[in-house]
Write a protein that binds this ligand. Structure first.
Ligand SMILES: Nc1ncnc2c1ncn2[C@@H]1O[C@H](COP(=O)(O)OP(=O)(O)O)[C@@H](O)[C@H]1O
Ligand SMILES: [Mg+2]
Length: 254
């Protein structure tokens, strides 16, 4: 079953005077199956952030349709969008987006606090997640007291705690050293194995090689995609590198 269906997505930015138009997304079509782990790669300016913002209902497309778990995002009332986002999506960002004045635990609880859930339920949800992510001992600490990798694990816990249909990650390893990157990628692989659907934008071939499918976006369109299938992560890494080289040297689409 598709959890996400994107069709004919187009986004044109215009300056206030209307003089300057940028077609950030031209015609994006793809779907994501329940339980998939998909990476999106593309050069700077290819429309990745624009796409993520639209999928997160943070921005509206010029035309085209996004359906998340059967719900057309355009049909959600303005007053319901924040609730919809909180109930259905988890976010992991490059720069963690943790609040410095909150402990890790309170950061992780935040989406549930905003949803008005009782404390007992929050705690019941957090315990197994914290254990799985190895941050149980760190929960009372503040973001500035822990490493980047530990911050990102707290951010993953915050994304998981609402039990979202889809995790959207924007360069989640972008600010991590190589050891923390390895740990985070292992973690993403593991939560995906448990059934979590993940859509991750990344520049990193290494990060993408952990996904089950990589979509390449170029000039506002999905230009190409490859599946890991039975390849090992190492083999897939090589395939992704080769594909990027082919795309950079102007490889023809057909
Ligand atoms: N708010 C905006 N207003 C005008 N142009 C924008 C805006 N956001 C992005 N763009 C343009 O849209 C294109 C795609 O940008 P973006 O989605 O940020 O790409 P990426 O994340 O792949 O680097 C770029 O040409 C960028 O300059
Ligand atoms: Mg971007």
């Amino acid at each position: 079953m598709s959890i996400l269906e994107v069709s004919g997505l187009r986004k044109v930015y215009t300056t206030r005077l209307g003089g300057n138009r940028v077609e950030a997304l031209r015609n994006v079509n793809f779907s994501v199956e329940n339980g998939e782990y998909v990476a999106i790669m593309g050069e700077s300016g290819s429309g990745k952030t624009t796409l993520l913002n639209i999928l997160a209902a943070l921005d509206k497309p010029t035309s085209g349709v996004v359906v998340l778990d059967g719900q057309n995002l355009a049909k959600i009332k303005e007053s319901q969008v924040a609730t919809f986002r909180r109930d259905n999506l988890g976010f992991v960002f490059q720069d963690f987006n943790l609040l410095d004045t909150f402990s890790l635990e309170d950061n992780i609880y935040l989406p549930l606090v905003l949803a008005g859930r009782p404390y007992r339920e929050m705690k019941e949800r957090l315990d197994p997640i914290a254990q799985r992510l190895g941050i149980t001992e760190l929960l009372k600490k503040y973001p500035y007291e822990v490493s980047g990798g530990q911050k990102q694990r707290a951010a993953v816990a915050r994304a998981l705690i609402t039990n979202p249909k889809l995790i959207l990650a924007d360069e989640p390893t972008g600010a991590l050293d190589s050891k923390s990157t390895d740990e985070l990628l292992e973690l993403f692989g593991e939560i995906n194995k448990y059934g979590q659907t993940i859509l991750m934008v990344t520049h990193s071939v290494k990060a993408a090689s952990h996904a089950g499918r990589v979509m390449f976006i170029k000039d506002g369109e999905v230009f190409h995609q490859i599946y890991r299938a039975n390849n090992t992560i190492q083999q897939f890494y090589q395939k992704i590198s080769d594909t990027l080289t082919m795309l950079a040297t102007g490889g023809d689409r057909r």
